[in-house]
Design a protein around this ligand. Structure first.
Ligand code: FO1
Length: 323
């Protein structure tokens, strides 16, 4: 079975780990959001790609959901000693190595898709370790585009109306300052990365994990060509909203910026029936309906790999039924 998954960071990565367990023989292509990418200290950082790569490769900091396990922070401390800013974004020593390799390759002229493939050779090109480790074999991680797309947030506070990078809004301001608008700068001129449209074309099913519908999946869908390619496919999504609140992160602040209510049904209708065929909602949202979309009720908290696998299995079953 060929599966395409559109993924942001933590929610997408944990869903994928479940999907690998639920469908170990599937050919899985992940289209990763790059709108969160940021250049810091001269290094290109791709948080969502790295979160997927580290999670599937067994190198993620499990408690945090992002960054490396067993991390140290010597470089960060040294930068702070020089009073180098910003200091609101934490990069660990092991993580720095990833950004150094990526930036060297980008500077040498390799596109982000080739760089991502090279980085993933370390994390994903290995069979399951047989000890219950995730193993990422069978997964191809493709950035949504090789072009530069950066999500910026227009805020209006005491310092005045201005555009700031998404990470500054998310990490420094904790999305506490209301977003007037969220803009994926560069998206309209971006081209899907090599392999993206082919993967969608040959997919039996496309899955939307419980990733942020605005700044993760929404950004991927803004890359010209991706949405129309997906519209022709059987698409099943997992609600990132349970009982009127995001499972994690601050998706409610992003939904407010585009005038969508924070409910499982409103998010399904935001995607719309042209895109979405099936939608999984949690038991607490049992009354949810969405016009033209088949809604199924399942426990949606991803407590561990088993519960993530059960959700992935339910998504695949619904997709098979709707195909
Ligand atoms: N999230 C934070 O809340 N604080 C951080 O300092 C932070 C650093 C960071 C470094 C590398 C990385 O890959 C991710 C990092 N994240 C951090 C997560 C990230 O900002 C967001 O959660 C995602 O971009 C949203 O998907």
């Amino acid at each position: 079975m060929r599966i395409v998954v559109l993924a942001g960071g933590i929610g997408g990565a944990r869903f994928l780990r479940g999907l690998l367990r639920a469908a170990p023989d599937a050919d899985i292509a992940v289209i990763g959001n790059t709108g969160d990418d940021i250049t810091l200290f001269g290094l290109r950082v791709c948080p969502d790609l790295d979160t997927v790569m580290y999670t599937l490769g067994g190198g993620i900091n499990e408690e945090q959901g992002w960054g490396r396990a067993n991390e140290t922070f010597s470089v960060r401390e040294e930068l702070a000693a020089y009073d180098v800013r910003p200091q609101w974004f934490t990069l660990g020593d092991r993580d720095f190595a990833t950004h150094i390799v990526r930036t060297q390759m980008l500077d040498a002229g390799y596109p982000l898709s080739a760089v991502t493939e090279a980085l993933c050779a370390r994390w994903l090109d290995r069979p399951d370790d047989g000890r219950g480790g995730p193993g990422g074999a069978g997964v191809r991680l493709l950035p949504m585009t090789d072009d530069r797309v950066e999500t910026h947030v227009i805020v209006d506070d005491d310092a005045g109306r201005r555009a700031i990078h998404f990470q500054e809004w998310w990490v420094r301001l904790h999305a506490q300052v209301p977003a007037v608008e969220i803009v994926a700068v560069g998206a309209e001129d971006a081209k899907p990365a090599p392999g993206v449209l082919d993967a969608i074309e040959s997919a039996d099913v496309v899955l939307f994990p419980p990733s942020n519908p605005v700044v993760s999946i929404g950004t991927i869908l803004q890359v010209p060509g991706i949405r129309p390619a997906i519209e022709g496919k059987t698409v099943v999504g997992v609600s990132p909203i349970i009982g009127g609140a995001p499972v994690r992160g601050m998706a409610d602040a992003c939904l407010a910026a585009i005038g969508v209510r924070t409910t499982a049904g409103a998010v399904a209708e935001h995607y719309g029936r042209r895109l979405l065929d099936g939608w999984l909602v949690d038991e607490i949202d049992a009354g949810t309906t969405a016009e033209g979309i088949e809604v199924r009720i399942r426990p949606l908290y991803m407590r561990d790999v088993d519960s993530a696998a059960a959700i992935a299995r339910a998504a695949l079953e619904l997709a098979t039924e709707l195909t």
